[in-house]
Design a protein around this ligand. Sequence first.
Ligand code: SAH
Ligand code: SF4
Length: 443
Amino acid sequence: MSKNLQDKKVVTLAYGCQMSERDADTLTELSTQKGYVPADEMEKADLIIINTCCVRESAENKILGKIGELKKLKEKNPQLRIAVSGCMVQQPGALERLSKRAPHVDIWAGTHNIHEFHRLLDEAEQKGKVAEVWDKPKEVQEAVPLAKKGKLKAFVNISYGCDNFCTYCIVPHVRGRERSRKPEEIISEIKALVETGCREVTLLGQNVNSYGHDFDFEYDFADLLKEVDEIHGLYRVRFTTSHPKDLSDKLIETIASGTHLCEHIHLPIQAGSDEVLRRMNRKYTREYYLSRIKKIRELIPEASITTDIIVGFPGESEEDFQETLQVVEEVRYSQAFTFMYSKRSGTPAAKMEDQIPLDMKKHRLQRLISLQNDQSLAWRQKMIGHSMEVLVEGPSKSNPERLTGRTRGNELVVFPGDPSLVGTLVMVNIHDSNSWTLFGELV
Ligand code: SAH
Ligand code: SF4
């Protein structure tokens, strides 16, 4: 006997960046329009959606493993529908390769057509299998449907795609050219979220700092931040990612003078050597990057600065790598996301000579992580004895007796407190820390 639509369960997995998480929410929401109810247990699912990432080979391998595992579930329950979507599927030639490798997948979709997922579900019901990847987006997707409602924190897209073409990066090839959403659409989406209890939004774009460059009127990211800052009922505004080449003084001044604009800037440097930066096509020098850091520290002394770093880019010498270590020491990041360079087919860096051997990449990564761990610890230890504003998010994963939340600088804080505080802003006196977490007591 076939199940009622109402009894059908959907489990969605997102791999990769916040955009992928946001897209996964859209896919879940669209499947609820077809009667599916969100659930967690894969074994009981009627629909499993995997939204993929292809930014590094390690991500792809992990996802391929997961898709492979689903074969057993499909054998046990032939009614199960499996959908695979997102960046991995969008790569040129990937659909053919992937569908051969995983014939148990029912629905394949790229990055540009996820907002039509409910239609793909219908087609799969009728035809059994469906595969659709568009070469490019049809229009700026006006975030249909809205971000997940009723959550304390939400991601809100402000732009899609990227025009920067860093030589190592697959993102512009799978997400298309940069398109900014209209300010009024973004503002109304955030207002609707706040009405359902959302208190913190993170504005998402591959390069938020070039937001609005495609408008035929004068309006930039700082203008958008000022408007979002005024939305009544919102406690905190975050954003990611800032490209250093477009980080204007106006933007730093706006963050400095804002009320709800968090003093956290994620400013990926990628490498400390000018020669490597040039070959990465990052369009800034180390000196320029450091001048941006200086300006941030001048106007927002308490700002928490985080970064992304790639080690082992083709041709990176020991001296080049030393320059990365020097920058890390000089900037004092509160956190760094560190990666070994991964060859992405179709990108210019994949064809560069002097690819670095895996052992050397691993060794450099370990040295970098070890330095950053010391820096992260030093950054957090400076907070001991201070009271920090924390947005309470829920019970701590490692100790459910405690609460967890984040500072305005995005540092994780664990402290004893009553669960009724979840969703509120509290002051916490910090008395201890390790490299990743602050520990304290309510003031
Ligand atoms: N648009 C953002 C981030 C995009 S991808 C930005 O420009 O900062 C997230 C991070 O993955 C990048 O910042 C980079 O550090 C890393 N990354 C991208 N491509 C990579 C590759 N081929 N190998 C290793 N790391 C990569
Ligand atoms: Fe990739 Fe560079 Fe665009 Fe970031 S700015 S998404 S690293 S091409």
